[in-house]
Design a protein around this ligand. Structure first.
Ligand code: KIV
Ligand code: ZN
Length: 409
């Protein structure tokens, strides 16, 4: 019932915050180069993938899913090259749950210092019956076999029950207990079609962890899609209610259909609300905006201006009241610092909503000294006139209107 659900959430948070002294690690698994590349039109060359992988390493992501080795020779080569170059992050390849795919993933990952094989198999009734045309018992056996085989190549094996959030809980318990027993070290609860709702998704994960006797032998992970715009919310519910300690995400939320959980949103939510999440993340946040720009430039997918954290307007202040507040104390309208995510500074956009204080501050920044308050007032009046005709007033406009002002004396 909703009431018991609410109590449950409350209890989980309480338990979590009681461990406040020693924050647990939240693993950031980036899949821009795999799920991100599944966005229609976002395919990348080997060299482009390498550039992005280097940036992800610079940003200190824990795991880089570099591609799907069996998907194409090009993807195989890209993974192999990344596996040879990247030293500080674990390199991962996706593979279907069959020996051929897994062997191909292992071959591509061979040069890696730290490698992970990520194998997946659908567990929902719909996918098993209509797509795989397999019985649940066959799926159960194949999942076990795949994990057992993958463990021959690495001791870091991830298993994803595809369409997990639409799967039967009893069946999921059976499959996941078995794959953990076979040596899966990460269990990734996939919300493949973005069907999850935060509390329910988080609660499903929690139930799985409670019901599966060997659940603590694996790290639990969330993988959410954004079909209903809830990928980030679902992921965070998976962490806080469900106890997941890995989040799968992509730069700019790139990914199949409406995309995946956005890395920049997860990282900055957990950082900014440290008071609530109390989790450790190893990300160098100043590399976030450079990563966003690189991915956008390579894929040709523009970032919407109002996108959280990485959108051009994410740290821009246009209203006069906000500008005045921010100039007095940044915390008034900023919960994060633009510089902390890699922007050069926050942006005061001068326009018709701007106040005298913001205008004066810009004059100072431009090295313009007006003799008296009367001159400032006159320049400010001209500025407002111009701003009614022009949506954004640039520094050149200000220099222009001030020199007109000075010439008229
Ligand atoms: O969305 C999905 O189910 C996936 C799996 C391969 C993890 O991307
Ligand atoms: Zn996915």
């Amino acid at each position: 019932s909703p009431k018991s659900l609410k109590l449950m959430i409350h209890k989980t948070n309480l338990e979590h915050s009681m461990a406040a002294n020693s924050p647990e690690k939240l693993i950031i698994f980036d899949t821009t180069l795999r799920d991100g590349e599944q966005s229609p039109g976002a395919s990348m060359t080997k060299d482009e993938k390498i550039r992005i992988a280097r940036q992800l390493e610079r940003m200190k992501v824990d795991v880089i899913e570099a591609g799907f080795a069996a998907a194409s020779p090009g993807d195989f080569e890209a993974i192999r090259a990344i596996a040879g170059i990247i030293k500080d992050s674990t390199v991962c390849s996706l593979s279907r749950a069959n020996d051929k795919d897994i062997a191909r993933a292992a071959e591509a990952l061979q040069p890696a210092e730290r490698k992970r094989i990520h194998t997946f198999l659908a567990t929902s009734p719909l996918h098993m019956e209509k797509k795989l045309r397999m019985t649940p018992d066959q799926v159960f056996e194949q999942a076990k076999q795949a994990v057992r085989f993958a463990r021959k190549f690495t001791d870091d094996v991830e298993f994803s029950p595809e369409d997990g959030s639409r799967s039967d809980m009893d069946f999921l318990c059976r499959v996941l207990e078995a794959v953990i027993a076979e040596g899966a070290t990460t269990i990734n609860f996939a919300d493949t079609v973005g069907y999850g709702v935060p509390e329910l998704y988080g609660h499903m994960l929690r139930t799985l962890r409670e019901r599966i006797p060997n659940s603590d032998k694996a790290i639990w992970s969330v993988h959410c899609h954004n079909d209903l715009g809830m990928a980030v919310a679902n992921s965070l519910a998976g962490v806080m209610i469900g106890g997941a300690r890995q989040v799968e995400c992509t730069i700019n939320g790139l990914g199949e259909r409406a995309g995946n959980t956005a890395l920049e949103e997860i990282v900055m939510a957990v950082r900014t609300r440290r008071d609530y999440f109390n989790l450790d993340i190893g990300i160098d946040t100043t590399q976030i905006v450079p990563a966003s720009k690189l991915v956008s430039q390579i894929t040709g997918f523009a970032v919407q201006p109002n996108k959280s954290v990485v959108g051009a307007n994410a740290f821009a202040h246009a209203s006069g009241i906000h500008q005045d507040g921010v100039l007095k104390a940044r915390d008034t309208y900023e919960i994060m610092r633009a510089e902390d995510v890699g922007w050069s500074a926050n942006r005061i956009v001068l326009g018709k909503l701007s106040g005298r204080n913001a205008f004066k501050q810009r004059l100072e920044e431009l090295g313009i000294v007006l003799e008296s308050e009367t001159e400032v007032n006159a320049a400010f009046a001209r500025f407002k006139e111009l701003a009614d005709r022009k949506s954004e007033i640039f520094d050149e406009d200000i220099i222009g209107l001030v020199s007109e002002e000075q010439q008229s004396h």
